[in-house]
Design a protein. Structure first.
Length: 86
């Protein structure tokens, strides 16, 4: 731990909504993926393909949102360059 408080940075406030949206997309995508299994209920290939495509898109989008938020909050702080003394 680096000892700096994240409350001072304010990053958690900017990432709360995208992180919640990412988790919601992961949940809905996972639920849709489990309901679009062809061995539970036979369906047309178009319906199954569309369900899997939408589910995959939701899972990838949710994962990318969540990853971006985690990197923002837990990423390395930017180094501050001080001017050289002459």
């Amino acid at each position: 731990m680096n000892g700096t408080s994240r409350e001072e940075d304010g990053d958690h406030e900017d990432t709360a909504l995208p992180a919640a949206l990412g988790l919601c997309m992961l949940a809905v995508g996972g639920w849709l993926l489990t309901t679009a299994r062809p061995w539970h209920k036979p369906g047309t290939p178009l319906t199954l393909g569309l369900g899997w495509a939408v589910s995959g898109a939701l899972l990838l989008t949710g994962l990318s949102l969540l990853t971006r938020c985690v990197r923002t909050v837990h990423g390395a702080p930017e180094a501050v360059q001080e001017p050289a003394d002459d």
